[in-house]
Design a protein around this ligand. Structure first.
Ligand SMILES: *Cc1c(COP(=O)(O)O)cnc(C)c1O
Length: 383
């Protein structure tokens, strides 16, 4: 029996255990400590551009704090890319605010600048009030059209929160993703390009916001010998043990990006003979994707032999995990009756899209095994 191939599994390097052992040896087993500070410095110097970083318990926690820092509250509206993981949108609801979902464009699969502007104009006309923030996501590592999105956001003076949970290592016009927004978030969950087992970070050029995030993330404790609080706090700080893993992972981030990009190139070449299986390209040299996941769109044939589901189910039989693209938020039961601006692009992507196994620890043999089965399914359908 063949070993199961996962979509994207953790991939440790040489140093993670050394840092974790150091945490144990010094008994820094707490949601603070030298590795937390060290990991924040590693991230800030990797991202560059003078950003500051707060290491947190999850990417979702980072998004929640970003909205709190931007003053999002009940009665506010927040624009969010519809096609994304639910964690991008849930923090809007945590604050009692209303999400306004915006469709994707076909080039990057990320927020459509056109519908972003349409949504802003329509919300101002209807409510007399600007949306409080714009959450833009770089899905699967592909940069969104940041020039156009930032131009619109700046013109209407609405802060951008960049959800770069999937995009550490990607860049746009040579600038790292995670440094464009008023605030940006990263995730180090188990399936991301690097992992701390669970964790996230808030990134900003504004040092005050980052200090405030660290304060809120540690129960908003006032400087006093006893426990005193003037604000509602959260328990959102990253543990020193998790940060130890993160420090080791930062040493191999570059190698992980290169390997994931090679996975994509391998698939593209191996499946080039099947025009019904289309790959998403970097639109031009401005876009550099970490290729967190290799994704394809599958055109169904009229006989129903070839389709996204035919490939997914065929791979499942062979113990190979693949997955449909994110189901857009405006189609989720939990967000029914929520405002949506778009033309159906994200729904089309969801219907046709598939994520192929993309781990940086995939061997050449495993990749061969995956494409062999995809080729068989596609051949059988086109016969
Ligand atoms: C993983 C992910 C998050 C959430 O990160 P967690 O660390 O799991 O809380 C947010 N947004 C996107 C797009 C993600 O893929």
């Amino acid at each position: 029996m063949s070993e199961k191939i996962w979509l994207s599994s953790p991939h440790m390097g040489e140093s993670e255990f050394k840092y974790v052992k150091e945490a144990f040896d010094t008994n820094w087993i707490a949601p603070l400590g030298p590795h937390v500070n060290g990991f924040e410095k590693d991230l800030a110097s990797y991202l560059g551009d003078g950003v500051h970083v707060a290491a947190l318990s999850a990417g979702t926690a980072a998004l929640h704090l970003s909205l709190i820092l931007l003053g999002v509250q009940a009665g506010d509206e927040v624009i969010c890319q519809s096609m994304t993981f639910s964690a991008s949108a849930n923090p809007i609801a945590y604050q009692g605010a209303a999400p306004v979902f915006v469709d994707s464009e076909a080039q990057t699969w990320n927020m459509s600048p056109r519908y972003l502007e349409a949504a802003i104009l329509d919300r101002i006309e209807e409510t007399g009030k600007k949306p409080k923030a714009i959450i833009v996501v770089h899905l699967y590592g592909m940069p969104a059209q940041m020039d156009r999105i930032m131009e619109i956001a700046n013109r209407y003076e609405i802060p951008v929160v960049e959800d770069a949970a999937e995009a550490l290592g990607s860049s746009y016009k040579g600038q790292k993703l995670g440094t464009f927004g008023a605030m940006s978030i990263l995730s180090f969950n188990g399936n991301k390009i690097i992992t701390t087992s669970g964790g996230g970070a808030l990134v900003s050029h504004n040092e005050e916001w980052i200090s405030k995030a660290r304060f809120l993330a540690t129960q908003a404790r006032d400087p006093a010998p006893h426990y005193q609080h003037s604000e509602i706090g959260y328990n959102y700080r990253m543990s020193n043990v998790c940060a130890a893993i993160g420090r080791g992972q930062m040493e191999v981030l570059q190698a992980r990006v290169e390997k994931r990009r090679r996975n994509y190139e391998f698939y593209k070449k191996a499946l080039a003979a099947f025009p019904a299986i289309r790959f998403i390209e970097e639109p031009n040299a401005d876009y550099f994707s970490n290729r967190w996941l290799s994704t394809v769109l599958v055109e169904s044939d009229s006989e129903g032999g070839l389709s996204r589901e035919a490939i997914r189910l065929g791979l499942e039989k062979e113990y190979i995990e693949s997955r449909p693209l994110w189901k857009p938020m405006h189609l989720q039961p939990v967000f029914k009756n929520t405002l949506f601006y778009g033309d159906g692009t994200s729904e089309m992507l969801f219907n046709k899209g598939l994520c192929l196994p993309s781990g940086s620890n995939l061997t050449g043999e495993e990749l061969e095994r995956i494409v062999k089965h995809v080729q068989q399914i596609a051949h059988a359908a086109t016969r």
